[in-house]
Write a protein that binds this ligand. Structure first.
Ligand SMILES: C[S@@+](CC[C@H](N)C(=O)[O-])C[C@H]1O[C@@H](n2cnc3c(N)ncnc32)[C@H](O)[C@@H]1O
Length: 216
């Protein structure tokens, strides 16, 4: 997914000081977006995924880039907070937390732990950015064929979906956890906003929604 405009805007207009990419996978923003080299970036991921990425980065660049700190964590068995604080995360800084392609794979209690940590340990004006499925896709009550198929496919893959947000409830969900200024974008809106020119035929799953919210 291309949410890099929020990253760029956060650097250029909103004084972003720190970037944390949770469930970073093979995200390459840290290495390709101008302006990010001057920030401290934390890539947090499952040890299995992260070790493979680190090997590939070493091959590509000769060594690991200095501006990125790699934090290996299993969100299901460890709490993000201590790992991040022990790795040099500065809780007074204005931070953007990206959780892309992540929350749907985590149990609700891990998401609550993570959001709780973020709210309690981030500088004023810090934000979160994530994509999610409606709860009905996750609990099997979605009546759309696509929703049923996604759920079934992920079960077959051995990565069942674990978390979704009730349709129309993202603002309440986030407000209850301490976030405000919630901006929610549907897949259709997202496509209209960003998929132009060479990207015009790119696919985005029509059931995904994308949310940006602030800690004031
Ligand atoms: C679908 S990939 C998304 C990767 C990347 N954010 C992107 O959008 O391309 C899911 C990522 O979440 C990570 N992940 C899933 N479950 C996790 C867990 N329990 N603890 C830590 N990371 C996890 C995986 O290692 C993987 O990097």
């Amino acid at each position: 997914m291309e949410q890099s405009h929020i990253v760029k805007e956060s650097i250029e207009k909103k004084g972003l000081e720190q970037l944390v990419i949770l469930g970073a996978g093979y995200d390459t923003r840290a290495y390709r977006i101008e302006g990010l080299r001057k920030l401290k970036i934390f890539e947090v991921d499952h040890p299995d995924t992260q070790s493979t990425k680190m090997e590939r980065l070493k091959k590509a660049f000769g060594s690991l880039p200095d501006h990125v700190v790699f934090v290996s964590t299993d969100f299901e068995t460890e709490t993000l907070g201590q790992r991040l604080l022990n790795s040099g995360f500065d809780k007074s800084k204005k931070t953007l937390f990206i959780m892309e392609g992540l929350v749907m794979y985590l149990p609700p209690e891990s998401i609550d732990d993570t959001l709780f940590f973020i709210v309690k340990n981030s500088g004023k004006g810090s934000t979160i950015l994530f994509d999610y499925y409606p709860e009905s896709v996750v609990d099997g009550t979605c009546e759309l064929e696509l929703g049923k198929n996604i759920r079934k496919f992920m079960i077959q893959q051995g990565e069942p979906l674990k978390f979704g947000i009730k349709e129309g409830m993202v603002e309440t969900f986030l407000a209850e956890r301490g976030f405000s200024r919630v901006q929610n974008v549907t897949a259709e809106e997202y496509k209209k906003m960003y998929f132009h020119g060479v990207n015009k035929d790119r696919e985005v799953c029509s059931l995904l929604a994308f949310t940006h919210a602030t800690i004031e």
